[in-house]
Design a protein around this ligand. Structure first.
Ligand code: NAD
Length: 457
């Protein structure tokens, strides 16, 4: 039997060794998911809502265990693991409040003779292949609305957050969701790949652009719904009229929170030349205040780099930036083990010939580029193949709205960053993905519309 070993990226210690799925077990789980669909679809919405409410209560009751598991397997500082769990609760509340109304039948026309109606029916068996960086968020953005709308879910958590995926699955079963309607698959890419070979009705993926393209190719011939939530190279522009201290403190957090391993981390900063030096000084002071080290210490802010291979990406971006004339203001190197640790790194005098300003870093590293006006900032913000989020710091709301309207991104921010709301759709433009989660549209996305044309005899 194949097994999956889970190591703590902060210490290198072996945390667990689990039996992994293989092609045979994946096929059996997919068949069981299909078989349960009629029974699961017949469960009234009120009962499903009660199950998700109990799931929520389970998360609260087990918060300490769940947070420490997340910290151990992902290397996320314990306070940020707790923040993720606490942040999940309002998302679940949103789904609980909005699910029923989002998929209620709509009666859109009636002239006494002809009646027109839209109903929302479940897709069927949906696959969720997920990332590790916010496993509760990205997992539950799919699992909760997919279940509430009557789908069976085949969930493959990342191999770097499998214990968390198993906790989510266990708590859903304990809350009353049938075993076959919510199944967890253990393993890495090959298990995801085996899953895509099954008879399925939708694929909801969160992860890197490269894997997203592989998945799109793998399912192209199936003609099933495909959503891809991918990476980004998210820019923020600090205008001359912004407060440099407030902007620097917010953006240092936006760049380094979760050790820079957020899809919507701030990855590029453009600062007006008049403000540049003051902004950089405040930014460096904020970064210097970030505590790095023991991930179980509640004061720790910078945790581990979850995937060891990412250390090479960070080293390569640092070497490339230095070779092309960037000025290293702090960090710039990995720290001695055990575990995968990288010093928070800030560069100035950067430009778009550098990988640091073009490709997702996914680590505690940032480039700050000086610009001379709004037009230059806008041109640079849009000089990317990605389009997840973008922001502007300014006192002038009208200018912010004008700039943000022209930025190619799924989410735009004025005087804030690295923020997700359950009430708003989460989506990427360009190579940041297709489809969306969250908002009422992110509930409807797990259904297909059925159009009713009903003529009285
Ligand atoms: P990844 O692409 O390495 O892996 C994602 C998932 O795909 C894992 O579960 C993995 O096992 C699986 N997988 C790998 N190869 C596969 C294959 N051939 N077939 C099927 N499944 C396969 O990404 P990651 O390292 O887990 O996550 C980091 C990336 O995710 C970053 O780029 C980040 O920006 C992105 N992300 C995006 C969002 C968003 O909402 N847009 C949210 C979180 C993370």
């Amino acid at each position: 039997m194949t097994t999956l070993q889970i190591h703590n990226p902060a210490t290198g210690a072996l945390v667990a060794e689990l039996p992994a799925d293989d092609a045979v077990s994946v096929a059996a789980k997919a068949a069981a998911a299909r078989a349960v669909l009629p029974a699961w679809g017949a469960v009234p919405m009120a009962d499903k809502l009660a199950m998700i409410q109990r799931f929520r209560a389970g998360l609260v009751a087990e918060m300490d265990l769940l947070a420490s598991t997340l910290t151990q397997e992902v290397g996320k500082p314990i306070s940020q693991a707790r923040n993720e769990l606490n942040g999940l609760l309002p998302r679940i509340d949103f789904f609980l409040e909005q699910a029923e109304g989002s998929v209620r039948d709509q009666h859109v026309f009636d002239d006494g003779q002809m009646h027109e109606q839209i109903s929302h029916i479940p897709l069927g068996v949906v696959v969720n292949i997920s990332a590790w960086n916010y496993p509760y968020f990205v997992g539950c953005n799919v699992i909760v609305p997919a279940l509430l709308t009557g789908n069976a879910v085949l969930y493959k958590p990342s191999e770097h957050s499998t214990l968390t995926g198993l906790h989510i699955t266990r708590l859903l079963h304990a809350a009353g969701v049938p075993q076959d309607a919510m199944q967890c698959l253990v393993g890495a890419g090959e298990v995801g790949s085996a899953l895509l070979a099954q008879k399925i009705d939708g694929v909801f993926f969160t992860g890197s652009h490269a894997t997203g393209v592989r998945i799109a190719n793998a399912v192209a011939g199936k003609l099933v719904k495909l959503q891809l939530e991918l990476g980004g190279k998210d820019p923020t522009y600090v205008r001359a009229d912004a407060d440099p201290k407030t902007a620097a403190e917010s953006l240092a957090d936006g760049a380094m929170y979760n050790t820079g391993q957020s899809c919507c981390s701030v990855e590029r900063i453009y600062v007006h030349e008049r403000l540049h030096d003051a902004f950089v000084a405040h930014f460096l002071a904020t970064v210097a205040s970030f505590q790095q080290g023991d991930t179980l210490d509640p004061a720790t802010y910078i945790g581990a780099i979850t995937r060891a291979a990412q250390l090479d990406v960070l080293d390569a971006q640092v070497a490339d930036a230095l070779a092309k004339g960037a000025q290293l203001r702090c960090g710039g190197k990995r720290l001695p083990g055990p575990g995968n640790h990288y010093a928070p790194t800030v560069f100035t005098e950067v430009n778009h010939t550098m990988e640091l300003m073009r490709e997702e870093s996914f680590g505690p590293i940032i480039g700050i580029q000086k610009v001379s006006d709004d037009a230059e900032a806008l041109r640079l913000m849009n000089d990317t193949r990605y389009g997840l989020t973008a922001g502007v710091f300014t006192r002038d709301e009208a200018v912010a709205r004008e700039l943000l309207a022209q930025v190619h991104a799924g989410s735009v921010y004025w005087n804030c960053c690295d923020r997700v709301s359950p009430r708003l759709p989460w989506s990427g433009h360009g190579d940041s993905g297709v489809g969306l989660t969250l908002s009422t549209q992110g509930i409807q996305t797990f259904t297909r519309p059925k159009a009713w044309h009903l003529r009285q005899p």
